[in-house]
Structures are given as C-alpha cells and as structure tokens.
Design a protein around this ligand. Sequence first.
Ligand SMILES: O=C(O)CCC(=O)C(=O)O
Length: 282
Amino acid sequence: MVQNYASGVSEAQIRLFKGFGYLVLPQFFTPEEMQVLSREVEQTMALQYVHKPFDGSKRHWTMMLDEETPFHAGLLEDPRFLTLARQLYGDDVLGVGIDANRYVGNTGWHPDTASLLQYGIKFAFYLQPVGPDSGALRVIPGSHRFDLNDPFWGPAVRALPLEEVPATALSAQPGDVIGFDLRTWHASYGGGIDRRMGTVVYYNNPKTPEEVEYVRRQGEGNVNAAINSFEPQRRFLYSRSWLTNPQKSPWRRAWIERLATVGYFDAPNVVEGGWPLAEQRV
Ligand SMILES: O=C(O)CCC(=O)C(=O)O
C-alpha cells in the first residue's frame, strides 16, 4: 500500500517541518517504483564509475537528471514531491537536482548549505532498510534555525562523538521518503558499505540580493562538493540535454530561467560545455 502525497500534506505536517526542520513520508514509492529506481541506479553507477568500480572504500555519487534514467529524471516534476515543495516554499520554488549515492560508513554532522539565507528541501529515500545504528539519517530537530556563525554551536556538535550528539534517528524502509530543510544539521551512524540513497532537491526562490548571492555561489559549491570530490565520468552537474528541456516542461523552463538569472549556472562545470549554451552565445 502506498499513501497519496500528490495533493500535499496536512497543516500539522507543515508545522512540524517548519518548526523542527524535517518530516517523514512513509510508503511514498510503490515496490515496482523501487525496483525501477534500483535498476536505474545500478546502470548509471556502472557507467559513471567505469574507471573506478565501487570497492567500498569511497562514496560514489551521480546526478540522475537525464533521459537514460527516465523515472529518476521525472521526479522533480512528480506532483508527490513538487506539491509539497510548493506548500513549503511557495509556488515559485526551484527544482535543482536529483542524485544517487552509494554511501560508505558514517556521515558526519553538517547542514547542506553555507548560509541560513540559502535554503530549501532535500527529499531522501533509501534502497534498503536503515535504522538508528545502521545508517538512518539523524537530524537535530530545530537546527535549521541555528546560527551557522555561532561560535559555540558548530564546535559543540563536532566536539562530541557523532552518535552522542542529541538527535532523532529517522528509520526508513524502502519506499519511505524523508524530507529535511537544507539548513537542518544531519548525519548518519552505523551504515554499512554501499548504502544506497537517492535525493530530490528544491531551493527556495531567492528574494533579496543577499539570498540571490548565496544561490549563485551554491552552483560552484555543488561542483566542488560533488564532481570534484567523487570524480564520476560526467564532469558537470547539468547536461545540455536537461537544459534544452526536451519534454518542454513548463516547470523546468521556469526553474532554468530563474537559476540562469541569478548566476547559478555561471561557475565552471556547473553546465556541460559552460553557460550560456553555445547556441545562446553572441
Ligand atoms: O545518509 C547519509 O549518510 C548522509 C546523507 C546526507 O548527508 C545528505 O543527503 O546530505
């Protein structure tokens, strides 16, 4: 049995997310969808890491936005994700990414942004069961509101062994989805080798010049955090194919226009072949 998320979630769940920075969406994907997700991950990872097959020593990561993985590629526009992202961040929320991961061991405490002014939601789903001591995502409730420049907060978290930081572990079965604010501090403990997790990410549409500046910088930050660290075959975040929007998705068109305006695509290796695309250059 799956639950129907296409029309969004209740006010109580929205309040939980806004107050504590996360929510859990049980039974989101059907077993058949989980099989498709697993197959697409298997095939793409084999291609992206043909030069260094997974040996359990280092995380593998890849974007999943393209037509070779059509089920993943449609997730940003899937009403089950998009309706909720719009409920939380407004109708102009920006779809920015879909990825797949093969994690190795623990993940230390961190938020997914460099500033409280750059935020949005990351939806995460696991291809195998995860529990409190077997790789479940741990979140510090309410930490999306903590000042990143506070001299006590970050050091206090990092001074403790990962598993002793007071937190909530979000156990999940295949098919469940967890959503967390990008500012929420999260980690995982006790996960084995090859913990497979996919994500779907939306950014709040920046309103002030400062917010715009942080989204612009995030393009380069994402290249460093992903392409440069994990070294998949594909040396860019967004393919020309995704940017040319072959399905003529009105959502994707609006996201690309806005992200281009704020300069998110400008840094090297954000876009295949550089931005603007060759045919748009004068
Ligand atoms: O599942 C994990 O080990 C960490 C996930 C994470 O840090 C993320 O998705 O940002």
